[in-house]
Design a protein around this ligand. Structure first.
Ligand code: FB9
Length: 472
């Protein structure tokens, strides 16, 4: 539209008057431009109509195959054509006789001339050179029809000169130096700015940031979680998870066949863990089963971030006691078959509080505070079992939007069999809980299949368009 407007102004500037038919566009195409320019008095116009010849389908057939008479004339052999064989040439035969192109001798028709030219076809090929009576003849033979075409005679309007000046779109320092007031193009405040392509945060990252914010506002400090691969010792044994526990089977855990040295574990701590598993102690009967150091030193893809919690707790136990609140959010791996809501890896969120005199009611209290900040106001607890916490609770919440109760995590108090070998005193308690990042993200962004959230099938446009994640 803007190009056509510029073309119209250029033509009017050059020729004072413009017949838009000369622009090679139809009246319909130029109509919008004319009204727009006239509405700002940049041009004046008169609407005109003319009737233009248009070749019909029958005329197009003549252009392709020649006129009816010429086709009939061309079909006659030197030996002539039996009259009885000419029935299909009604129109062509009559016109050929009328033009003297053919003659009848007995029961045959012969060519009467050799210099016949197909004038009708020639006329259709050059309509612009025909006189009105020739156009009328072609119309009568239904080879032409008439099309009404609108066009405009355009002249300059009172605002023409101003509109044609090359309007400037910005004020430059040169204009200020020259003290020149620019002829600025009017601002179009209703237009949109240029869409700027930039990166977008993945919905999981948005959810992660929101949940991290909840922990930080509650005074929690983030733990290091850099051990994607770790020994079974940190992932299971220090948590007092028996070496015969089914979760340690290769059908549940990814074992890593790496030849590189396994990170050193303090010998004294290693021995205390072994003793706790085999013989118990400090009030525990242990697992009363043999414990294999080789099994403990196997490498696994961590199955939970609780291995990182154990590493942090073990380091903290060495120093002077003080209460702490720690959290982590990072990837964990489980050898599970993928389905619409589960993959073999997911992000675990874990929180823990170290203190003296902590009991179940404190765990319930922090869980209520945590989930209410995720927008879940009604919370219920159900007794459960974990190898490394006792007591343990599954956490359930009522989701107003989905109008249903759902499991939203697991929790418990770390067992003394885990804490005492680290070096914690008997009165130190650690309450902890965990949940996944993908589940809340899928609910928040109404994603039915986890493969729409993670993996090669993710729609980048969807990622770009996901709104910010807010629980408020
Ligand atoms: O995240 C889970 N559900 C969830 C969480 C939040 C949520 O918020 C929405 C806004 C409304 C919605 C749902 N779950 C835990 C419960 C289920 O999804 C469950 O089917 C899947 N669980 C995962 C493990 O499954 C293999 C979620 C994951 C999970 C479970 C337990 C822990 C961590 C993650 C733990 C722990 C723990 C326990 C004690 C001490 C330390 C850590």
């Amino acid at each position: 539209m803007e190009n056509l407007k510029k073309k119209i102004l250029d033509e009017v500037r050059k020729n004072i008057i413009l017949d838009t038919h000369k622009l090679g566009v139809t009246g319909k195409e130029v109509h919008g431009c004319i009204l727009s320019l006239a509405s700002r008095d940049i041009i004046e116009y008169e609407k005109q109509e003319r009737y233009l010849p248009e070749i019909t389908e029958e005329g197009k057939d003549v252009l392709r195959n020649g006129s009816h008479e010429f086709a009939f004339y061309s079909s006659i052999p030197d030996t002539g054509l039996l009259v009885s064989d000419c029935a299909s040439y009604t129109i062509g035969k009559a016109i050929a006789f009328k033009k003297g192109w053919v003659k009848k001798e007995g029961n045959r028709i012969f060519k009467a001339r050799a210099d016949v030219v197909d004038e009708i076809r020639a006329k259709l090929q050059d309509l612009g050179f025909l006189e009105s009576k020739e156009l009328e003849m072609l119309r009568k033979r239904k080879l032409l029809s008439t099309r009404k075409e609108c066009y405009y005679i355009v002249r300059r309007g009172k605002n023409f000169d101003e509109a044609c000046q090359d309007l400037e779109t910005e004020i430059t320092s040169q204009m200020v130096v020259e003290n020149r007031i620019p002829n600025l193009k009017p601002f179009n405040f209703s237009t949109y700015g240029t869409a700027i392509e930039f990166g977008s945060l993945h919905p999981l990252k948005k959810m992660m940031r929101e949940i991290k914010e909840i922990f930080l506002c509650l005074g929690f400090t983030e733990m290091d979680t850099s051990h994607y691969i770790d020994t079974a010792f940190w992932n299971f044994d220090v948590l007092f998870q028996s070496q015969s526990h089914p979760a340690r089977s290769p059908s549940d855990t990814f074992y890593v066949n790496a030849k590189k040295e396994v990170p050193e574990v303090p010998k004294d701590y290693f021995d205390r863990v072994q003793r706790m598993h085999e013989a118990g102690g400090l009030g525990s009967v242990g697992h009363r089963s043999s414990w294999s150091p080789e099994e403990a030193m196997k490498l696994v893809l961590r199955t939970h971030t609780t291995s990182e919690s154990a590493r942090n707790l073990s380091r903290i136990a060495k120093g002077p006691f003080r209460p702490r609140k720690l959290f982590s959010i990072d990837k964990v791996f489980r050898n599970e078959s993928a389905d619409s809501t589960h993959l073999s890896e997911f992000h675990q969120i874990e929180g823990l509080i170290i203190g003296k005199g902590l009991r179940l009611e404190h765990l319930m209290g922090i869980l209520e505070e945590f989930y209410v900040r995720m927008g879940l106001r009604k919370i219920k607890f159900k007794p459960a079992y974990n190898p490394y916490t006792e007591p343990s609770m599954e956490v359930f919440a009522y989701h107003e939007g989905m109008n249903t109760w759902m499991e939203v995590g697991n929790s418990g108090i770390f067992r003394p069999e885990m804490l005492r070998p680290m070096g914690f005193d008997e009165d130190v308690r650690v309450i902890a809980w965990g949940l996944s990042l993908e589940r809340p993200a899928m609910i928040k962004y109404n994603i039915k299949n986890i493969k729409e959230l993670l993996g090669h099938r993710v729609d980048i446009d969807f990622i770009r368009k996901t709104p910010i994640c807010s629980f408020k």
